[in-house]
Ligand binder design. Structure first.
Ligand SMILES: Nc1ncnc2c1ncn2[C@@H]1O[C@H](COP(=O)(O)OP(=O)(O)OP(=O)(O)O)[C@@H](O)[C@H]1O
Length: 610
């Protein structure tokens, strides 16, 4: 939905929905336990032990006070019992402190390990996604919500465990209070109910606010990146875009700020009101205890114990309900995370499919292929018929937007044709096992990735299992002329590339391309696809790269997309595309004789070089 049409009012996620989100908590804990069982059980044990201490400390405090009163009144003083209990209380206090530290430590370690584990899971799950889903903004939002809440999930773990710990504390304190004065429980309920109402009132609202703003927050992230990153810095500076981007960022942020401010204010106002009621109830209880002490029903020790227990109970209960909201809110994010992990993709590669032929016999055939991108009504490709013969080097040429890259995406099964079909050796390509099928190709895209890793890794990405195979990496680098880049860099193959990390060296466009081409050579692919792989190379390097390519890939099937006709002409055949259809196809000589678009464009470029 466009942002302008959206209501800015927080849509409420009700209490029931909040509860429903808790259904993911058992699975969540199963995952955490799996990450490190020892740490997990150490954490739980420390919490259980620590939970039994508050009531014990209060009870011992009561005994000490009563003992002090006794000794003040006694004629013959005997402090042994007094010091014994003071000693015990000291011991318990130290134990409690040590346990708290053990809990904090195990929380942090478990949290770190769990967030590593979830990030790895998200990366792996993302690799299952089809290209069309990655280009879908709704899907992106889901991924974003799953990704961004890593730290939130760690907080959730400690919140839930603390909740369990506090339940033990609450039950033990309540038992103590009930033994002395059952009436106090009623006052306790009065003091705590307002907090519960408050939490119900706001439960889910801040989550729903954050959820509705996923898209905008993505936009904010992007604006922050566009306005402040090494990649955009040159143009931002040169065109003076800084103010424009900053204002756009500010306007959008302000809208979010306004909405969340309103929510925070309401929450604070109601929270203060209910707190006053809670505090009133506490003092009511205090008056009751003091009165019963004055009239002699309770000892001074009882007074200390009861007022301490009551205050502590009230705090714990309040914490319990406030935390409960935090938990249900984070659990809603948990829902996003598990829903993302459980997404079932239409993974045709999981369908067994036919095995690929050892080597291509006849080649690929495009039969009347037509294609519209998802959610688009426009035919980008229509009535396309051609053959890519086994061992042939076919070049695609055509103006921008003619559909060259789209044909490659169809060939690679990133998308399925909307009409018509593509065959390999007479069999529709979708009948093959998709994973195996895609392994058949070595592809360098126009917008290939410049991995900010080492040069070696950048080349080995073509066949990452072979990263330890130096001769193979050398070979790929020699073929693509990337060996020149290796020799120019101080770190050689181990040179960190890019500017993001320490000692990283950025490369020229042409140098990056040579490395990308090496990636294609690294893979011993049946079919090579080079989508404008040499656009950043200088004329000499480009001719050299193409000449080598043709020689080195003898017998291999290849598709080359290029806008430079001088290089395209060395391909076996050239296919000229215009507005998604095949205009002409043939050898350079044949097309020159045709005297159509190819001849026109060729002559145009040739004139440019004269
Ligand atoms: N993911 C997409 N969703 C919708 N339309 C797209 C998508 N990718 C490309 N198109 C559209 O399909 C048409 C063909 O694009 P394609 O990238 O195949 O052209 P091309 O011939 O490779 O162009 P160029 O020479 O500029 O690289 C273009 O009009 C483009 O706008």
């Amino acid at each position: 939905m466009p942002r302008t049409q959206r209501s800015l009012k927080p849509e409420k996620i009700n209490f029931k929905e909040s509860f429903a989100s808790l259904k993911f908590v058992p699975r969540f804990f199963k995952e955490i336990r799996k990450v490190n069982p020892l740490l997990f059980y150490a954490n739980v044990a420390s919490r259980i032990l620590n939970a039994s201490l508050p009531v014990l400390i209060l009870l011992i405090g009561k005994i000490i006070v009563d003992e002090v009163v006794l000794q003040i009144a006694a004629d013959i003083k005997d402090y042994d019992r007094l010091w014994l209990f003071v000693g015990i209380e000291l011991g318990l206090a130290i134990l409690s402190d040590l346990l708290s530290r053990a809990i904090a430590l195990t929380d942090a370690l478990l949290g770190d390990q769990y967030s590593i584990d979830t990030s790895v899971k998200i990366i792996k799950k993302t690799s299952e996604i089809n290209l069309d889903q990655l280009e879908d903004s709704e899907f992106y939002d889901k991924l974003e919500r799953a990704r961004q809440q890593t730290t939130g999930r760690v907080g959730l773990m400690s919140n839930i465990l603390t909740q369990g710990q506090d339940i033990i504390v609450i039950i033990s304190l309540m038992a103590g209070v009930v033994v002395f004065e059952p009436w106090l429980i009623i006052l306790l309920v009065v003091s705590i109910v307002p907090t519960i109402i408050n939490e119900i009132k706001f439960s889910g609202t801040s989550y729903s606010l954050a959820r509705r703003w996923t898209q905008e927050r993505r936009e904010l992230d992007y604006l922050r990146y566009a306005g402040a990153s090494d990649v955009t810095a040159k143009e931002v500076k040169l065109f003076g875009l800084s103010d424009y981007l900053a204002t756009r960022f500010q306007n959008l942020s302000n809208k979010y700020y306004k909405e969340s401010k309103q929510l925070a204010k309401q929450r604070a106002a109601w929270g203060s009101f209910f707190n006053v009621i809670g505090t009133g109830a506490y003092y009511g209880a205090y008056v009751l205890i003091v009165f019963r002490t004055v009239v002699g029903v309770f000892s001074l020790g009882d007074l200390t114990f009861l007022s301490g227990s009551f205050k502590s109970l009230q705090n714990k209960l309040q914490g319990f309900f406030t935390r409960f909201t935090a938990i249900t809110e984070s659990a809603l994010y948990l829902q996003d995370y598990f829903e993302f992990l459980d997404l079932k993709f239409d993974r045709s590669e999981e369908v067994e499919g036919l095995s690929l032929p050892e080597s291509i016999k006849t080649g690929f055939t495009f039969n009347n292929v037509g294609f519209k991108y998802p959610k688009s009504e426009r035919w980008v490709i229509r009535n396309v018929n051609f053959e890519l013969k086994a061992g042939e080097k076919l070049a695609f040429v055509g103006e921008n937007g003619a559909g060259k890259t789209t044909l490659i995406k169809l060939l690679l099964q990133f998308y399925e044709p909307t009409e018509g079909e593509i065959l390999l050796d007479g069999v529709p390509i979708k009948k093959y096992n998709q994973l195996q099928y895609q392994q058949y190709f070595g592809v360098i895209f126009q917008d290939f990735v410049k991995f900010e890793l080492t040069l070696r890794e950048n080349i080995a990405m073509g066949e990452i299992e072979e990263i330890g195979n130096q001769p193979r990496i050398d070979n790929a680098a020699d073929k693509s002329l990337a060996n020149q880049v290796v020799s120019e860099l101080p770190g050689g193959y181990d040179q960190q590339l890019g500017k993001r990390f320490k000692n990283g060296k950025d490369l020229s466009g042409g140098q990056w391309q040579k490395i990308a081409i090496a990636r294609a050579y690294m893979k011993d692919a049946e079919v090579l696809v080079l989508d404008e792989p040499t656009s950043a190379l200088d004329a000499r390097a480009e001719t050299e790269a193409f000449d080598r390519f043709i020689k080195l890939t003898e017998g291999k099937t290849a598709v080359i997309i290029s806008h430079r006709f001088s290089t395209v002409r060395i391909a076996d055949r050239i296919m000229v595309l215009k507005e998604g259809t095949v205009l002409e196809i043939g050898t350079h000589e044949e097309l020159m004789e045709n005297n159509k678009l190819y001849t026109e464009l060729f002559n145009l470029q040739a004139a440019g070089y004269q």
